[in-house]
Design a protein around this ligand. Structure first.
Ligand code: ZN
Length: 145
């Protein structure tokens, strides 16, 4: 299924221009228009799925495998020590994996890591053991639901 209102469905169908890096019958990889760093790429399924957790396993694997190839290429090209891949679900309601060459430890980060400011890297505080046990129990129960 595709939505005429969905920006990424339109890109996947070739209806909007994009700087495409990889395309096959199932997925498309193209440069993010608002890059964290040059080379910041989005990898999307051509089929419309809103959430990454709803992707069929083979489709999720295709996206991850594409991102792995991009990561190896980015390390060679940009000389970065690491490349991140993440789904945030924030901008467009069509599952998309961000693949970002990491020039700085906070290129993709959480406010929880910024306690010492942008040049530091703060580990968030540990939770008490009993709270960790409760969280693990809740999540395990939710996994079985
Ligand atoms: Zn879509």
């Amino acid at each position: 299924m595709a939505s005429e209102d969905c920006l990424f469905c339109r890109i996947a169908a070739g209806g909007l221009p994009a700087h495409v890096l990889h395309e096959d019958d199932h997925i498309l990889a193209f440069l993010d228009l608002y890059p964290v760093r040059p080379g910041h790429t989005l990898v999307i399924p051509k089929a419309h799925h809103v959430w990454f957790e709803d992707l069929p396993p083979d489709l999720a694997t295709r996206i991850t495998t594409c991102a792995q190839g991009l990561a190896r290429a980015m390390k060679r090209l940009y000389g970065v020590p690491r490349v991140s891949m993440l789904y945030t679900g924030i901008h467009v309601a069509h599952a998309h994996a961000h693949v970002v060459p990491m020039h700085h430890v906070h290129d993709v980060t959480s406010l929880a890591y910024l306690g010492e400011g942008p040049e530091g890297f703060t580990a968030p505080p540990q939770l008490p053991p009993e709270e960790m046990a409760r969280i693990a129990g809740d999540l395990k129960a939710a996994l079985r639901a």
